[in-house]
Design a protein around this ligand. Structure first.
Ligand code: SAM
Length: 405
């Protein structure tokens, strides 16, 4: 296997900084990948046993609503699983109104009481230790849970920036109030676009620290830079222009929660809709769809090495971008385990910052050092067909691969 490019001193420093930040924090307070697009290509069926990387757990709950047999939610960061644990305890123990206040609006005046009286007993020791010190994240009437966690810090910083840019703040508020693409485009083109792409915004977007807070380690940032003449700021601008000129803002809960700090009843993830909440909850005898979810704090490889169950659907987010530069051997080992545990006809989906990441071409699996593309059937046309619908739209690569039946 060809070794990736040598790391500069700056790269090593960035990596140390990223690991230091990442290994102590909740990074994602909401999933930044569109499950509606995933559903289109996963065709989840009642006999499916899925492996899904947890992140903030929103998408795990989304897939559970389709009724697969079981979902293994796996994440190497125990804080991500602690967030899903809290949501699952909330689904079991809370009424919808209380649950929506906490995870829809990110604020509930009595959340600490609900946590101590109804939720805490359901949590693992790690999750209890984590939320005992952070339950106040849901208790600030002028704040929001969605301004916490590393990605939340960036959202909160942007809110502070808007306080000193009232015209931009008003334009963005009007953009989110539009209810036709024509109006939306007009507000974006004439009022938001001329005000937002300032030198300070471009400078902030070109900082590794900003990207690290957004869970983008420097190999991933480099993948973006390589693809875009104007670097990360140019790439982000292109994504935002596509999202706000081509996709209806009123159903885009991804950008809504970061620009408003909260969801609304008609613009939110599926698990926050009352009927779906009832289906996840069931009659309270563990008969709800949420009962089909189990959590595992482990790497994908550790989980697959420890479990003998065949998996039919894999949702691996963009974590391979994280591994490709620093742990290429671990990535090859992970793919070997995926192929070992995959049910014949299994489907694997993942995203990447690069449209055609070099590590996919380089990967060699097993003692025969077989190329990945020789073991899997990729569907680039299907990926290209659904990617324009992606409401997040910050991943150049979307990959759909099948294990031959
Ligand atoms: C790159 S992020 C994906 C986040 C996703 N884009 C999102 O916004 O929802 C990767 C997620 O995978 C987890 N992760 C990274 N490497 C992993 C591994 N080898 N095994 C399991 N989880 C991993 C991280 O903790 C994080 O929650």
């Amino acid at each position: 296997m060809a070794t990736p490019t040598a790391l500069t001193l700056a790269d090593r420093f960035d990596q140390k900084a990223f690991d230091a930040i990442y290994s102590r924090a909740l990074v994602y307070n909401t999933c930044w990948e569109d499950p509606a697009v995933d559903r289109l290509v996963l065709s989840i069926a009642p006999d499916d046993r899925m492996l899904v990387i947890t992140s903030a757990g929103c998408n795990v709950l989304d897939y559970a609503l389709v009724g697969p047999d079981h979902i293994h939610a796996v994440d190497a960061n125990p804080r991500q699983n602690a967030l899903l644990e809290l949501k699952l305890a909330g689904i079991r123990r809370l009424q919808f109104e209380d649950f929506f206040a906490a995870f829809g609006h990110g604020y509930h005046p009595r959340f600490e009481t609900l946590y101590r009286q109804a939720l805490r007993a359901d949590l693992s020791a790690f999750a209890r230790g984590f939320w005992d010190r952070r339950v106040r994240w849901f208790g600030n009437p002028h704040g929001s849970f969605y301004f916490h966690g590393l990605s939340g810090i960036v959202a909160r910083a942007f809110q502070h920036y808007l306080r000193v840019r009232p015209r931009l703040a008003a334009s963005i508020a009007d953009l989110f109030a539009t209810r036709s693409l024509e109006d939306q485009r007009a507000v974006y083109d004439t009022r938001v676009q001329p005000l937002i792409w300032t030198p300070e915004i471009n400078w902030t977007l070109s900082r590794q620290l900003t990207m690290s807070l957004l869970g983008v380690p420097h190999p991933q940032r480099k993948e973006v830079q390589e693809q875009h003449a104007r670097g990360v700021p140019g790439f982000v601008r292109e994504c935002i222009e596509y999202v706000f000129r081509q996709l209806p803002v009123w159903t885009n809960y991804f950008w809504t929660v970061y620009l408003r700090g909260r969801y609304s009843a008609d613009c939110c993830p599926e698990y926050l809709r009352p009927d779906n909440f009832a289906r996840l909850k069931g009659q309270g005898q563990g008969d709800g769809l949420a009962a089909r979810i189990s959590l595992h704090t482990a790497t994908v490889s550790e989980f697959l090495a420890a479990s003998a169950q065949p998996i039919s659907k894999f949702v691996l987010l963009d974590h391979m971008d994280w591994m490709s530069s620093y742990h290429p051997r671990a990535l090859a080992e992970e793919w070997s385990l995926i192929l070992k545990r995959a049910r014949p006809d299994a489907r694997i989906i993942f995203r990447s910052a690069h449209a055609a990441p070099a590590y996919l071409e380089r990967l060699e699996i097993g003692p025969q050092r077989t190329r990945l593309h020789a073991r899997l059937r990729f569907h680039p046309e299907l990926a290209a067909a659904v990617q324009p619908l992606d409401r997040v739209h910050t991943y150049a690569g979307f990959h759909i691969a099948d294990v031959p039946a």
